[in-house]
Write a protein that binds this ligand. Structure first.
Ligand SMILES: Cc1cc2nc3c(=O)[nH]c(=O)nc-3n(C[C@H](O)[C@H](O)[C@H](O)COP(=O)(O)OP(=O)(O)OC[C@H]3O[C@@H](n4cnc5c(N)ncnc54)[C@H](O)[C@@H]3O)c2cc1C
Length: 493
């Protein structure tokens, strides 16, 4: 009989909801903590910038048992995703498991196993012992704050500097000269939104051009082209057997031709050359969680001259002039820094942080979830992807079985360490793009990652019965529900 445990779920975004459901379903006592006043994480309304929408199509951004509503568009808007997450919480009665406005300040290892959490619940601080901690605090919780020489002078001269997450209302930029710094989708979303909502001028500054995928590539929804096993197998994956290496070498010219074809299509469709935006790195080496989707209106804005792009970064502010590293000077009233978030688990003691993160920032996590030197805890949602809701649900189901010793392939400490070292070596030497976000990204290897998790869990069904559909279509959320249901079931008690 599996013993019932008290499990802390830290965070109430996509991953926290997935974890709370998975642990609750197995009969564990779940204590969920969310520091904000509401569920949703990055989709919580006060944190979203205007016009935010998913990069993933709606049937690639949902839980296995809960499709997005039919009347949602293919790429739902932020408030729709927020409402969807609430409907998932309601469907599984998850709100009863969470305390909102409750911040985990620290977690300390207990001598007999488990952790003691120090909790700040709306100003009241207390401790709570738990047997296991599911860390679901995501990769977008603590703003990356940067500044450039002369910023104080810019502000004194009437300029305003803000992090992208603080751009919550287009009226902030009406009639103003705006500069957006950053190459991610949030940067282009904000640049387009500002340009379309009365900003006097918009400059968009990024370090270097990267491949951007439009929602429709050559008129076809990108999910039908880029998310399939057949495509995934063309990227250099980890753990190849000698035979797989030989096959890859034989097929190399075909793979090369496939990706050059894709690059040509993207260059032509988006007019990348005209805007000096042709990336230097071949697309097959670049694809990871950092590859952005093209914000609708971006290239139209560039064409119309409403958005001006500059390659480089800020060198300094001088009064209300921003000097760029390439020598350009731009007059600005508002400087929006879309420079991302600080990755980390700040409430974890230093000695454990050192065991978790290598000196080059790479995380030591088996299946992107657990570390043998950090007992009684695991991460949900650190396996981010292009379909993070499904990734979070998959790993949550894996983690509860791992905690209970119920994986069919329950790994030993030595196996986990060996696998972690193999993955680190692959990221550092074979696929540098996989080092993005501390190496915490399973894209573009969704199928392979899910295959491993399902095999670990002992799923008897891991692929759709139609081999063509399996090879040439995107991950199907409902099918993954069936695969999860085919794993051995049990209850703690
Ligand atoms: C604008 C935007 C668009 C995106 N679009 C897509 C997309 O289309 N497809 C895709 O796959 N992914 C997308 N992502 C990635 C997105 O982060 C994930 O899809 C997913 O929402 C992450 O959920 P999460 O629960 O892991 O993390 P988060 O949503 O960041 O939630 C973490 C939660 O933990 C809470 N928390 C943090 N620290 C503490 C603490 N100490 N105590 C208590 N609570 C704490 C936070 O308040 C937060 O609510 C997007 C991200 C952004 C920012």
């Amino acid at each position: 009989m599996v013993k019932r445990k008290t499990v802390a779920v830290i965070g109430g975004g996509v991953s926290g909801l997935a974890a709370a459901k998975a642990f609750d379903e197995r009969g564990h006592r779940v204590l969920g903590f969310e520091r904000s006043h509401d569920f949703g994480g990055v989709w919580e309304l006060s944190r979203s910038y205007p016009d935010v929408q998913t990069q993933s199509p709606k049937d690639l951004y949902c839980f296995t048992d809960h499709p997005m509503p039919d009347d949602y568009p293919e790429w739902p808007k932020g408030p729709q995703v927020h409402a969807y997450l609430h409907s998932y919480a309601a469907k599984h009665n998850l709100a009863r498991l969470f305390k909102l406005n409750t911040n985990i300040k620290s977690m300390d290892r207990r001598a007999g196993g488990g952790w003691t959490l120090t909790i700040d619940e709306a100003g009241q601080v207390y401790t709570q012992d738990v047997d296991f901690v599911a860390v679901c605090t995501g990769q977008f919780s603590d703003k990356n704050i940067i500044s450039h020489p002369g910023q104080d002078g810019f502000v004194k001269a009437g300029g305003e500097v803000m992090h992208s997450s603080e751009y919550t209302d287009a009226s902030m930029v009406e009639g103003k000269r705006v500069v957006v710094l950053g190459g991610s989708k949030s940067a282009t979303d904000i640049a387009v939104n500002a340009a379309n909502n009365g900003a006097r001028s918009v400059h968009w500054v990024y370090l270097e051009p990267v491949w951007r995928i439009p929602y429709f590539v050559g008129g076809i929804n990108f999910k039908r082209l880029l998310y399939m096993r057949a495509q995934e197998q063309q990227f250099n994956t980890w753990g190849k057997s000698p035979l797989q290496r030989v096959v890859a070498a034989v097929l190399k010219p075909l793979v090369w031709a496939n990706f050059r074809g894709l690059e040509t299509l993207l260059k032509t469709q988006l007019g990348l050359k005209k805007y000096g935006m042709v990336p230097k790195i071949p697309i097959e080496k670049d694809v990871s969680c950092s590859v952005p989707i093209v914000t609708p209106g971006l290239f139209e804005g560039l064409k119309a001259g409403k958005i001006k792009n500059i390659e480089g970064t800020y060198d300094r502010y001088d009064g209300k002039t921003i000097h760029m590293t390439g020598g350009e000077k731009v007059e600005a009233d508002v400087s929006i820094l879309a420079v991302g978030w600080k990755l980390g688990v700040p409430y974890l003691p230093d000695e454990y942080q050192q065991k978790l993160v290598e000196s080059d920032g790479q995380y030591r996590v088996y299946r992107i979830s657990v570390n043998p030197d950090l007992p009684d805890m695991g991460f949900v949602g650190f396996n981010s992807s292009f379909c993070t809701v499904l990734s979070a649900e998959m790993i949550a189901n894996w983690l509860v079985r791992y905690m209970d010793g119920q994986l069919e392939r329950q790994p030993s400490e030595a196996e986990m360490t060996e696998n972690i070292e193999m993955m680190l070596d692959w990221k550092r030497n074979e696929r540098p793009a996989a080092q993005i976000y501390g190496g915490l990204c399973s894209a573009p290897f969704h199928f392979k990652h899910f295959d491993e998790l399902l095999a670990d869990m002992g799923a008897t069904k891991r692929k759709r019965s139609n081999p063509l559909a399996e090879q040439f279509s995107y991950p199907n959320f409902a099918a993954y529900g069936e695969f999860l249901a085919s794993t051995p079931q049990y209850q703690a008690g």
